[in-house]
Design a protein around this ligand. Sequence first.
Ligand SMILES: *[C@@H]1O[C@H](CO)[C@@H](O)[C@H](O)[C@H]1NC(C)=O
Ligand SMILES: *[C@@H]1O[C@H](CO)[C@@H](O)[C@H](O)[C@H]1NC(C)=O
Ligand SMILES: *[C@@H]1O[C@H](CO)[C@@H](O)[C@H](O)[C@H]1NC(C)=O
Ligand SMILES: *[C@@H]1O[C@H](CO)[C@@H](O)[C@H](O)[C@H]1NC(C)=O
Ligand SMILES: *[C@@H]1O[C@H](CO)[C@@H](O)[C@H](O)[C@H]1NC(C)=O
Ligand SMILES: *[C@@H]1O[C@H](CO)[C@@H](O)[C@H](O)[C@H]1NC(C)=O
Ligand SMILES: *[C@@H]1O[C@H](CO)[C@@H](O)[C@H](O)[C@H]1NC(C)=O
Ligand SMILES: *[C@@H]1O[C@H](CO)[C@@H](O)[C@H](O)[C@H]1NC(C)=O
Ligand SMILES: *[C@@H]1O[C@H](CO)[C@@H](O)[C@H](O)[C@H]1NC(C)=O
Ligand SMILES: *[C@@H]1O[C@H](CO)[C@@H](O)[C@H](O)[C@H]1NC(C)=O
Length: 799
Amino acid sequence: MSETTPLLAHTSERPGSNRMLLAKIAAGTLLVVSAIVLVALSGKPDTPLVHANQSSSGPIFPSTTVPNVTLVSTAAIVLPNQTSDPNPPIAEWVSETMEPPFTSMTNLILPKLHADFNRSIPTNAWWTNFMIADSHGQHLGEGQVTVTPYTVISLNSGLQVSYGDDRRVGDNAIIQEYFADDLVFSSNPPPNTRQVVWFDQLNVKLEFKRNNHHGTFNALLSRGSPYISVKYKGMVPKLSLGGNVGAITSVNDIQIKTGTISLTASEFHFHTRIERNIVQEWIVFFPNNVTLAIDPHTATVTGVDTFYGIVRAALLPQGQQKDTFKALLLRLANTVPVATDIEMATVNNTGVMKFSWRNKLMNPNNTGDNDLLMLAFPHHVDAFGEAPLANLSTILDSRPDIESNGSFKILGKMGHRTLKGNLTAVVGSTWTIVEPLTTVRFSAPRPIDPSKRKDIANSLVRDASYVPGAKDPYFFGKEIARQARLALIANKLGNFAVRDSLVAKLQGWLLPWLTGKNGDFFVYDTVWGGVCSSIGIQGMFYMTDFGNGWYNDHHFHYGYIFYTAAVVGKFRPEFIQKHKAALFTIVRDVANYNPNDHYFPLARHFSWFDGHSFASGVYVLDGGKSQESVSEAINSYYGVYLLGRVLEMPKLEQFGRMLLAMEMRAAQTYWQTKPDIYGELYAKNEMTGMVGQTKVTYATWFGPVIEHMHLINVIPFTPITEEFLSKEYIEKEYKVLYDGAVSRTVNPMEEIWRGYAFLDHAIIDPKAAWTEVQTQLKHFDDGNSRTNSLWWIATRPQD
Ligand SMILES: *[C@@H]1O[C@H](CO)[C@@H](O)[C@H](O)[C@H]1NC(C)=O
Ligand SMILES: *[C@@H]1O[C@H](CO)[C@@H](O)[C@H](O)[C@H]1NC(C)=O
Ligand SMILES: *[C@@H]1O[C@H](CO)[C@@H](O)[C@H](O)[C@H]1NC(C)=O
Ligand SMILES: *[C@@H]1O[C@H](CO)[C@@H](O)[C@H](O)[C@H]1NC(C)=O
Ligand SMILES: *[C@@H]1O[C@H](CO)[C@@H](O)[C@H](O)[C@H]1NC(C)=O
Ligand SMILES: *[C@@H]1O[C@H](CO)[C@@H](O)[C@H](O)[C@H]1NC(C)=O
Ligand SMILES: *[C@@H]1O[C@H](CO)[C@@H](O)[C@H](O)[C@H]1NC(C)=O
Ligand SMILES: *[C@@H]1O[C@H](CO)[C@@H](O)[C@H](O)[C@H]1NC(C)=O
Ligand SMILES: *[C@@H]1O[C@H](CO)[C@@H](O)[C@H](O)[C@H]1NC(C)=O
Ligand SMILES: *[C@@H]1O[C@H](CO)[C@@H](O)[C@H](O)[C@H]1NC(C)=O
């Protein structure tokens, strides 16, 4: 399995080699990284590793990783001078949009093919692939971007549009939509360059141009639109249908045999034949009559005249209620979404989010039915509702001058199937999404079972002496968060001496990270706009700090730090107030809620239409942007919420609480597999490993072992865990985990994983789990401890 093993081989080596590297860097040695090192470590690109055996020791690392990366630079690595401010900024200096108080560095990976936005550039957005290359530095800007229901690829020569559902393949281990150029938007003469010229959270505008030609065309890509819309300005539109193998078989019911035909109309209904003899039906809409030349041999359609205006195309899906859906597509084609305002507010324990679209009319003279037709994912439909009328306090309003209380009609599932379930047609320019917000804070919602307090207290005393050893943000974070859990448990047990000593130690461990005094200190990346670790940002090899400098997994990494800081703040508010500027800067990297912040993107990882986060950063992966370990994303937003609370920053608190609610809904909708979304076969896994834009896999970045897929998506165990792992679900899920992993006698589950499996088991059988933890475990993962395990079991509901 040599092509798939490098990461695995790395599992045992990496922490050591990192430490070695760190030691050298800390000592000021100049490191010259040779290409040979990288070749030796390189692995198969772009696919999760498929390998059954994990290395036997070392903590779990559920990160998205970047296999087989081309060396970015062989230059010597020079660390900047650390910030030496002995008096870090104090609370009064903190403002929502302040300049980050960290040393600046420039990322070696540069975003390309974009206009000057004069602000931070989204690194993990659904469309970031337009600006980045693959892990070899190749195919710049050509990664897949899923707009839903279509996926597109942008090339200098035009925009390729794929209808993935016609190429969906799946079994019990993977469901994937392959890409093909079913429809290509281009021009005559063809463009030879393109760039992203504008974006908001749900839309992006790509401009195609030709050197020395005055004309342009812009792809107006809008999440959830059943149409792909392209605005031509002074170019002759050229469309190709049917991909490589296909051909146009008819247009507007005229059979096309040989020879170019010319046709005048404003709507063109094409039949094309693609692989496996599938017939696709596309309707292409123009604002008014145009004359097209249709060549069946090359399957292209070229406008006869230079054109100014919007052209739209929609595939007619063959799924549920196809005739009703077709009628809607024909009737509502005139309204083109171009921008979306997002509002977010909370009242009491309810969060409200509104998407309000701003539209353009393809033909402004059309006085008919100009409602907006959009498509919603299952998680939207489950949360659609009406906003409470009074006392909403606003967190985010991306366009305060727009009034957005319009109503919308939910027409039911129709037409398109996607990887994340069938889409629901919605008519109206505003959607209102209502989320119940958690009331869990630092504690479980019930006390520790009194009969178990003594065992927990004994264990606590032993575990409290643990000292974190990792130097990178992720492992360090896991380790300090483990000790932060103990401080809270000590508090519940009334052991204030242990609690206070733990809190003092946590302060001591955090302090260097907040003042730039640790080896791998935080820096501000002026290229993309973000907080990276100083070693990670040098990206010398793909695993450096789990790709922190590549913007992989920041929410996972920093989430543990947020949580720990929140725990310290609960007991020592003066400490976190003193370091508020540094803490707020790190949290802003992941959970900035101010759309006008120049320094950070809005909620870096969170995809507002997908309803969950993407972990993968600034390199293109097969399957589009993706995330594994949804539970660590939840942990991160839980940390944002608690930290916002103790920092007394209500917007930060409520923003974290709302992101937390949405990420938990996504975990329950898309990670905890159900037949309604994924079909019977895949749903039998009861948990997916990863969710990507065009691929869901029952695998992880470190192998397809059952316990990895299941447990990477439940860790860490904290009071928030019970909000997304229901007893009803675990009844089904634990059976799969037990049969495939817990009961396995050949190549049995490793102890650190068993430690988590027993906590999963505790949700349905706390009594058995207690015995399992007490009799079968000696070692725990670096993010877990015996004390926390016993606490978890002892706070499960008794029934
Ligand atoms: C790694 O990348 C290099 C450079 O692009 C390529 O030649 C090589 O085949 C890749 N290795 C694997 C195992 O994919
Ligand atoms: C996993 O390990 C077991 C025991 O060491 C071995 O028998 C088996 O072949 C290994 N499987 C793979 C896929 O390497
Ligand atoms: C670090 O500080 C020293 C002394 O002030 C200075 O000479 C050097 O150029 C600085 N290095 C960097 C990378 O800024
Ligand atoms: C860029 O943004 C900064 C900060 O928001 C602002 O002060 C400056 O005027 C902007 N520059 C341009 C050219 O818009
Ligand atoms: C558009 O073209 C069709 C077919 O040539 C013709 O019947 C129709 O009258 C035209 N419509 C307008 C508004 O010119
Ligand atoms: C989704 O749509 C397909 C047809 O495209 C249909 O076969 C399937 O039953 C639908 N699933 C659900 C859960 O509605
Ligand atoms: C919020 O809570 C207050 C106090 O319990 C209650 O009076 C009010 O009706 C609640 N508001 C909403 C919108 O539920
Ligand atoms: C709308 O009507 C005006 C005035 O009749 C006309 O000049 C314009 O071309 C029309 N626009 C479109 C897109 O048909
Ligand atoms: C709105 O808030 C005020 C002040 O907190 C409270 O008195 C009032 O009951 C609230 N009204 C509603 C409808 O929630
Ligand atoms: C929004 O609500 C306000 C106040 O209730 C009302 O006056 C206005 O007409 C509403 N606007 C829309 C677009 O429904």
